[in-house]
Design a protein around this ligand. Structure first.
Ligand code: CP
Length: 318
């Protein structure tokens, strides 16, 4: 892989959500991610592609996968990477998000990566800052790099997303992953079915997103090429949305019998972190059709691709 130099052909200035992201831009990201994935398999996992570029991650909510993979992505590309969290930043002294971000921008980063509990926080900064903003998850709203790594994982297994039947099951209402995935999957030609308790299904999913909605998980999983389970977002739920954990697992958990309703070559996905025994049975999560840890591996590759493209560096692939 060699560095081709600066380019303006990529169509995005920030990555805030999947709405309006063109199919060609998604394909560019996924193609570059496939090339980047090879770097992580080498004995020396480092290339000079982003030498001289600066990336700051600002996580105002907990994260394991997204934060570690953005940091690793930057380091494997030789960027300078600085990581800040709410608990160790001057948020603790009452500094606002905008003041924090403006001070970080004064240090001249090329990219600022933000996770925040407020939906729209990355958009707010994108309107006010000069560097590229990548949304690493904002409230219930969006988690675009997760959707992209999910699409990359599916494409690796299925070759193409065109015409695939994808079931997204569980707590759709509180999931920033679900919304982004619906849009990205449909942009790449997949058909999406959603299932979950009505109390966790946003009103108007069919009309707004063009998905089919099922009350029973079996109806969504039957004949699916991909089954994507969602975490019960207990920290975002106000009030009881289901009787108890045992009832939820009984009616909405993906157990071996339900997983068997999908196509024989179906893959099982989960963005993590998992509530084992609640939305997914450990036998399925660790079973031979599970690609859950491959999603995490692709997370690094997709984020390497994003850092290159949003830093204005487009390596030649192939
Ligand atoms: N999938 C995901 O966003 O995981 P983290 O919260 O650990 O980053």
């Amino acid at each position: 892989m060699s560095v081709a130099g600066e380019t303006r052909a990529f169509g995005l200035r920030h990555l805030l959500g999947m709405e309006g992201v063109a199919r060609e831009d998604i394909v560019t990201i996924l193609d570059l991610a496939d090339a980047m994935a090879q770097i992580s398999e080498r004995p020396i996992k480092k290339v000079p592609t982003l030498r001289g570029k600066t990336v700051i991650t600002l996580f105002a909510e907990p994260s394991t996968r997204t934060r570690a993979s953005f940091e690793l992505a930057g380091k494997r590309l030789s960027a300078e990477v600085i990581n800040l969290s709410a608990s160790t930043s001057s948020f603790q002294k009452g500094e606002s998000l905008l003041d924090t971000a403006r001070n970080l921008e004064a240090m001249r980063p090329d990219i600022l990566i933000l996770r925040h509990s407020a939906a729209g926080a990355p958009h707010f900064l994108a309107d006010r800052l000069g560097c590229a903003i990548l949304n690493a998850g904002d409230g219930w709203h969006a988690h675009p790099s997760q959707a992209l790594l999910d699409c990359a994982t599916i494409r690796k297994h299925k070759g193409s997303l065109d015409g695939l039947e994808v079931a997204i099951c569980g707590d759709i209402r509180h999931s920033r992953v679900a919304r982004c995935n619906v849009i990205a999957l449909q942009t790449l030609g997949a058909k999406v079915r959603c299932a979950g308790p009505r109390t966790m299904m946003p009103v108007g999913m069919e009309e707004q997103y063009g998905v089919t909605v099922h009350d029973r998980i079996e109806a969504a999983v039957e004949g699916a090429d991909v089954v994507m389970m969602l975490r019960l977002q207990l920290e975002r739920q106000r009030g009881a949305l289901f009787p108890n954990a045992r009832e939820y697992a009984r009616f909405y958990g993906l157990n071996p019998a339900r997983a068997a309703l999908a196509k024989p070559d179906a893959i099982i996905m989960h963005p993590g972190p998992m509530n084992r025994g609640l939305e997914i049975d450990p036998a399925v999560a660790d079973g031979e059709r599970s690609v859950i840890l491959e999603q995490v591996t692709y997370g690094v590759a997709v984020r390497m691709a994003l850092l290159c493209l949003f830093a204005g560096v487009r390596p030649e692939v192939g």
